[in-house]
Write a protein that binds this ligand. Structure first.
Ligand code: 5GP
Length: 182
C-alpha cells in the first residue's frame, strides 16, 4: 500500500490521517543524524531510548548515525488511553553506568514536557558528561518543554498521534507512518 502524507486510512476501527509518511520520516532522520554527527564529532555516544514509544525511531535513527555508540533503554508510563495521568512511573531503568559519558536520550513525543523533566533529573543524577534529547515529535502546545529538546524531527498540532512506535491502548505502534486520529 502506498501511504501518502495527507491521506486517510482506517486501522483498528479508527480513521487515521497520515501526517508524516515513511518517506518523510526517512529523509528527516538522515538530516537529524547529520546534525548529531556534527555535534558529537570525535565522541562516543550512549543512546538511551524511552520505551515503548521510541523503539522504531531509535532503531532507524541509530542506523543513520555514523559514530561509535552503545544503546540502552528505560521505560516509563504516564498515559492511559488518550490522556496523561500526570504521574510518571519508572517501570525499569537503564542498565549501563553513564557517569562521564555523552548521553543522548531518545523520546517519541514531548507534550507538556512533564515526562521529559522527570527523566532528565533522573539521568542527571547519574552524572553523565553531557545529556541531550532527541524527540521524534514535539507538540505545538508544548509550552515550556521546547528548551528541553535539542533535536526534533517534526512538530505536530495538538492532536492525538499514533504510529511509528506511538500507540493508543497498545495498538497502532507498527504503522510505518505518523498519523492523527480524525
Ligand atoms: P508529556 O509528559 O510531555 O505530556 O507526554 C509525554 C508522553 O506522553 C510521551 O512519551 C507519550 O508516551 C505520551 N503522549 C503524549 N502525547 C501523545 C500522543 O499524541 N499520542 C501518543 N500515542 N502518546 C502521547
Amino acid at each position: 500500500m502506498n501511504i501518502k502524507t495527507g491521506s486517510v486510512h482506517s486501522f483498528h476501527g479508527r480513521d487515521v490521517e497520515v501526517l508524516f509518511s515513511r518517506d518523510d520520516i526517512t529523509s528527516r532522520l538522515q538530516a537529524l543524524a547529520k546534525d548529531i554527527e556534527k555535534d558529537y564529532h570525535g565522541k562516543e555516544l550512549v543512546v538511551v531510548g524511552v520505551l515503548k514509544g521510541s523503539f522504531l525511531f531509535m532503531a532507524d535513527l541509530v542506523r543513520c548515525i555514523s559514530l561509535p555508540l552503545t544503546c540502552d533503554f528505560l521505560r516509563v508510563s504516564s498515559y492511559e488511553g488518550e490522556h496523561s495521568t500526570g504521574d510518571v512511573r519508572m517501570e525499569f531503568d537503564m542498565t549501563q553506568p553513564i557517569h562521564g559519558k555523552d548521553v543522548l536520550l531518545v523520546e517519541d513525543i514531548v507534550d507538556t514536557g512533564n515526562t521529559l523533566r522527570h527523566l532528565l533529573s533522573h539521568l542527571k543524577a547519574k552524572q553523565p558528561s553531557s545529556l541531550r534529547v532527541a524527540s521524534l515529535l514535539f507538540k505545538e502546545t508544548g509550552r515550556n518543554g521546547r528548551s528541553l529538546v535539542d533535536y526534533i524531527a517534526f512538530e505536530v498540532p495538538n492532536r492525538f498521534v499514533v504510529g511509528y512506535g506511538l500507540d493508543y491502548e497498545g495498538q497502532f505502534r507498527s504503522l510505518p507512518f505518523v498519523g492523527a486520529f480524525i
